[in-house]
Design a protein around this ligand. Structure first.
Ligand code: SAM
Length: 243
């Protein structure tokens, strides 16, 4: 039996996927509200910076992996215009449906697909840019997912990974206090679910830090990788160029 971690617990690999699905089934209806509350709106700035770094052009083909409620897919669709494509994907139907309805309310219709980042249903070399925001941390085999994202990119195509990372040492104590004492209470109060937000705090601690993720991306198809720390390393944007 192969094991992995689900937050601070060690679980069977198949059990992790089931539990992650449970987390996002539970949080989907309140996901956007909780994002604003938890981050004090900062997630909007982190995503806006990601869109700026993406520097998309009209006609580009983009894949948003683990796209959830569609913040990045929506912003990207405005950049690539009618001649471009943004494919909005996620493994979780509840998250994707919430996102699709939200985009439809804004008059945006995108190709939307339930799929696992570890087995992407796309041919080799068909996207200019692949993005994954706050999704990689939840995947069982991050190496497989990164290799898959490299596979579907065109040569010189870019992967953008926006994810929680290692905070700078002076912020660590306050950040831990906030993550383990405040977040679960906020989750209980707003979404009636403390456990999912406890998992969020724990999964961030288990996720590779800036340099480790850079090395993982370099090992799985990205010749050049840079990262940009934001908010003292609470979040990092890794940019990999397919070799
Ligand atoms: N990208 C969105 C955002 O930034 O708001 C949603 C991020 S949400 C924290 C993480 C998403 O990752 C969830 O919607 C979850 O279903 C998705 N996810 C987890 N494991 C996945 C996998 N193996 N393949 C695709 N999506 C996955």
């Amino acid at each position: 039996m192969s094991t992995t971690h689900f937050g601070f617990q060690t679980v069977d690999e198949r059990e992790k996927a089931r539990r992650v699905r449970g987390v996002f089934d539970s949080v989907a209806p309140r996901y956007d509200l909780m994002n604003d509350l938890m981050s004090g709106g900062l997630h909007r700035l982190w995503k806006a910076y990601t869109v700026m770094v993406a520097n998309l052009r009209e006609g580009d083909r983009v894949l948003d992996v683990a796209g959830g409620t569609g913040d990045l897919a929506l912003a990207f669709s405005k950049k690539v215009g009618a001649s471009g494509t943004v494919v909005h994907t996620d493994i979780n139907e509840a998250m994707l449906r919430t996102g699709r309805e939200r985009l439809l309310d804004k008059g945006i219709v995108l190709p939307t697909l339930v799929c696992d980042a570890e087995r992407l249903p796309f041919p080799d070399g068909c996207f200019d840019l692949v993005s994954v925001a706050f999704g990689l941390r939840n995947m069982t085999h991050k190496d497989k997912a990164i290799a898959e994202m490299a596979r579907v990119l065109k040569p010189r195509g870019r992967l953008l990974v926006l994810e929680f990372s290692r905070v700078a040492a002076p912020l660590r104590k306050a950040y831990d206090l906030y993550s383990f004492q405040v977040l679960p209470r906020l989750g209980q109060w707003v979404a009636g679910d403390a456990d999912s937000y406890r998992y969020l705090a724990e999964s961030i601690r288990k996720h590779p830090g800036q340099e480790e993720l850079k090395a993982l991306m370099q090992h799985h198809g990205f010749g050049h990788v840079d990262y940009h720390n934001m908010t003292g390393g609470v979040v990092a944007l890794h940019v990999g160029v397919k070799c």
